[in-house]
Design a protein around this ligand. Structure first.
Ligand code: LLP
Length: 422
């Protein structure tokens, strides 16, 4: 059974009609399915096991860092990939085992490094010499050793949107392969650093397996070379990036992905880390919205909805596609009319879809924007002083608001007037 499907003419999440939640919580709101997240986690983990790959799945919190989402995945067995002290704190607060936490990111500050070292995390993925020098200094001050991975930039084109591509030489990420040996020498001379691992992450929403294969191959070759040169490597971090279906893409299936990993692991004797974000939560969430007005423009019909680019910025930022469907199931032979689906924000970029064929939608009708579980709520803002869309978690026939909509007073009181204005 799919976690989001029409039953008795109503779109359900697990056993609940989304419309019931909409009437109780108010729109817009994000709604996540526990079952969909756990299924995604288990299918990832099963595919690795079937391919004979042993590894820790460190969920990339950046995709959705709600405490209840992290905890759901942690209970299923996940660790965490964090990129800030905030995410580290969220992972620890949700009970993730520090020995399953990796700390990535190009710009970790010394205070953030100290937080990771104090928590005793598994590894820091290091991306530059100045960063490594800072880490060595912080670790020395704390009297501990920092376990690290070199994040390698394999110079591979991930064939995804330019804004989320990270593995080309021109991207700010990672250490280029020709420069690694010099980097290793410099690293070995630094105190309180233990070089344990190599890491890679070439981009997000990959829908083609070949860039993964290229990058993993380059990483494995380097791993072999460095290990036989005496570097005590024991782990490979394969990053995240596995795409999901938003529209008509066909991302690599899990067995193909796992096979790409197991192929390069031959003879390496390495533990593995994976950092999937979108794959675990993307299709486990929807953004539910109400149609405010149907406006007939000169040559377009606009559906003006109560969700906006501040709630889900992906269409505005990356021209991303999200399926948009009514909560009430349309008749199989319903006539479709092209509509522009737009939010209330005062810029034309606040558009979710253009000329999207939809059945008749009236003011007051609820719609669901699909695949909104990843990079949705976490990228939201209060632009136009709009209240945040709350988040709801469903488990079977129960639901809970797992992040509230804050009220206007609280929002406005975050600003503080200086003495001379009060
Ligand atoms: N590991 C690292 C080092 C990353 O930078 C990322 C994502 C991941 C793991 C998780 O990647 P995933 O499995 O989710 O593809 N806001 C964009 C996506 C940005 C991804 C940034 N890095 C979007 O909405 O498409």
């Amino acid at each position: 059974m799919s976690s989001f499907e029409y039953r008795n003419g109503k779109l359900h999440v697990e056993s609940l009609p989304l419309e019931d939640i909409a009437r109780e919580v108010g729109t817009p709101f994000f709604c996540y399915s526990t079952q969909a997240m756990v299924n995604a986690y288990n299918s990832f983990s099963d595919a690795l096991s079937k391919a004979g790959v042993k590894g820790t799945i460190c969920y990339a919190l950046k995709a959705n860092s709600n405490q209840s989402v992290i905890k759901t995945l942690a209970k299923a067995g996940a660790g965490a990939d964090v990129v800030s002290e905030g995410e580290l704190r969220r992972a620890l607060a949700a009970g993730v085992d520090p020995k399953k936490i990796v700390f990535a990111g190009v710009g970790k500050k010394p205070s953030e490094m100290a937080a990771g070292l104090k928590a005793g995390i598994l590894q820091f993925n290091v991306e530059s010499l100045p960063e490594l020098e800072a880490l060595s200094q912080v670790a020395t001050q704390l009297g501990v050793t920092a376990p690290i991975a070199f994040r390698i930039n394999p110079d591979v084109d991930a064939k995804t949107h330019a804004k989320i591509s990270t593995g080309k030489a021109d991207n700010k990420f990672g250490i280029d392969i020709p420069g690694v040996r010099r980097f290793v020498e410099q690293a070995e001379a630094l105190p309180n650093i233990a070089i344990e691992s190599l890491a890679v992450h070439i981009g997000s929403q990959l829908t083609d397996a070949s860039p993964f294969k290229d990058a993993f191959q380059r990483l494995a070759t380097l791993y072999k070379e460095l290990k036989s040169a005496g570097l005590p490597l024991k782990r490979i971090d394969f990053g995240g990036g596995l795409g999901i279906q938003y529209n008509d893409e066909t991302p690599p299936d899990l067995s193909e992905y796992a096979a790409a990993v197991s192929e390069v692991l031959e003879g390496l004797d390495a533990e593995c880390i994976f950092e999937p974000g979108r794959f675990l939560v993307g299709n486990a969430g929807v953004l539910v919205t109400e149609t405010i007005y149907v406006k007939e423009g000169t040559n377009r019909r606009f559906l003006i909805i109560d969700a906006a680019m501040n709630d889900l910025i992906r269409p505005s930022l990356y021209d991303a596609w999200h399926d948009i469907i009514p909560l009430n199931q349309p008749a199989a032979n319903a006539q479709l009319t092209p509509c522009d689906i737009v939010g209330p924000i005062c810029e034309s970029g606040d558009t979710f879809a253009q000329q999207r064929p939809l059945p008749e939608v009236k003011a007051g009708d609820f719609l669901a924007m699909e695949s909104a579980g990843a990079y949705g709520a976490v990228m939201a803002s209060n632009y136009n002083t709009r209240l945040n869309a709350p988040e709801v978690l469903v488990k079977s026939d129960q639901f809970a608001v797992v992040r509230k909509r804050i009220d206007y007073d609280t929002l406005i009181k975050q600003d503080v007037l200086p003495d001379w204005l009060s």
